[in-house]
Design a binder for this molecule. Structure first.
Ligand SMILES: [Zn+2]
Ligand SMILES: [Zn+2]
Length: 369
């Protein structure tokens, strides 16, 4: 039955007997009624196909002599790299897939000039970008943004690039930017009549995200998340807008570089990026001298409190570093909430005490007389 053929095909695939593998896999598909199982069979079919293409490329590579023209070698290398990239992507090894696609694109940029169809170039940019996003590495995420933007600049028939852009911004926790990209993508889908579906390089397998119906559904779901993003871990109070930063601080952001939280004696709690801190006249700022702002004025306008605690959070440290003021050892509960009243009552009791002393002196004098 179907399962037996499926297992046999798998064994053939592992043994490298790819023709046999392909044949038995097809037989397995013929007898299969279960939808989930069918998908597994189709997946295995793609693996077999990718492997046999790669084997052919390798055989050609070995047989090609040194007199072969450079461009043929480049073609073979390019084909092998994109095949490998696809295989790595399928197996979830995204960082390795990134390397394969990157090398494939490097071949295209060499001066001897291997040229490929525009559509294929878009596909390689796209799969490179998607592998970059899935790898989760910050530098890769920036590359992904570049690639998706390059596709958008070049063609109208690749709305999946907007999906990729949305995905990248979401990975960076930039929900507003993601929302913008996704809205634009959905708008493009409505406007552009020409529909194209692309396949993975060197295979017949469709890239699902290039199917307009599929990608529109994906983008709509992502849009919902962008409109109600998860609560940030902190919000920068003094945010200075720059290209690569946002007010919301997410510790899970691949680009998270740490933040500072200060507390004052009047119970203000203020969070901000280290680079966004604007020191007042008698305060300084630096990587190592946060200590110096302890016991200086709280930055909340109108607050009388002095800064009593500083928490320095860094991406490489699980626990934040705490700096505390040493100047007032009194526990918080004993501190007055309104110092002005305290001063009044203070002076009042002083006067009372003075009056008491005066009275005692008077009494002593009277006794002496
Ligand atoms: Zn900031
Ligand atoms: Zn305060």
């Amino acid at each position: 039955n179907s399962k037996h053929y499926f297992r046999a095909a798998k064994a053939y695939l592992e043994l490298g007997q790819l023709d046999k593998a392909e044949e038995t896999n097809l037989q397995s598909l013929e007898y299969c009624l279960d939808q989930l199982q069918r998908e597994a069979i189709l997946q295995q079919g793609q693996e077999i196909l990718a492997k046999s293409r790669m084997t052919k490329v390798r055989q050609n590579d070995v047989s090609s002599g040194s007199e072969e023209r450079e461009i043929d070698t480049a073609q073979l290398q390019y084909t092998r790299l994109t095949c490998e990239g696809f295989r790595m992507y399928l197996s979830g090894a995204y960082s390795q897939a990134v390397e394969q696609f990157k090398s494939a694109l490097n071949i295209l940029s060499r001066p001897e000039g291997l040229t490929i169809e525009d559509d294929e170039l878009m596909v390689v940019w796209f799969v490179y970008g998607i592998s970059c996003v899935k790898s989760g590495n910050t530098r890769n995420l920036q590359t992904a943004v570049e690639k998706f933007n390059a596709i958008i600049a070049r063609t109208d028939t690749f709305p999946a690039a907007y999906y990729g852009l949305g995905l990248t911004h979401m990975a960076f926790k930039r929900y507003k930017d993601a929302e913008e990209a996704l809205m634009l993508g959905l708008k493009r889908i409505k406007e552009v009549k020409e529909r194209k579906v692309y396949v993975w390089p060197q295979t017949d397998k469709t890239i699902d995200e290039t199917d307009v119906t599929i990608v529109a559904k994906l983008m709509e779901d992502m849009l919902k998340e962008c409109k109600h993003p998860p609560k940030p871990d902190a919000i920068c109070k003094f945010h200075a807008e720059t290209d690569n930063s946002k007010r919301e601080i997410y510790i899970s952001d691949p680009d998270y570089k740490g933040h500072i939280c200060i507390k004052c004696r009047a119970d203000c709690s203020i969070e901000f990026h280290a680079q966004c801190w604007k020191p007042s006249e008698n305060q300084t700022r630096g990587k190592h001298n946060w200590k110096e702002i302890l016991d200086t004025q709280c930055p909340t306008p109108g607050c009388w409190g002095l800064i009593s605690e500083i928490f320095i959070c860094r991406p490489d440290q699980e626990k934040s570093l705490k700096l505390s003021s040493q100047s007032d050892p009194k526990p918080k509960s004993q501190q007055p909430l309104r110092p002005k009243l305290k001063m009044k009552s203070d002076s009042a009791s002083k006067i009372e005490r003075k009056m008491e002393k005066k009275k005692q002196k008077m009494e002593k004098k009277q006794e002496a007389q």
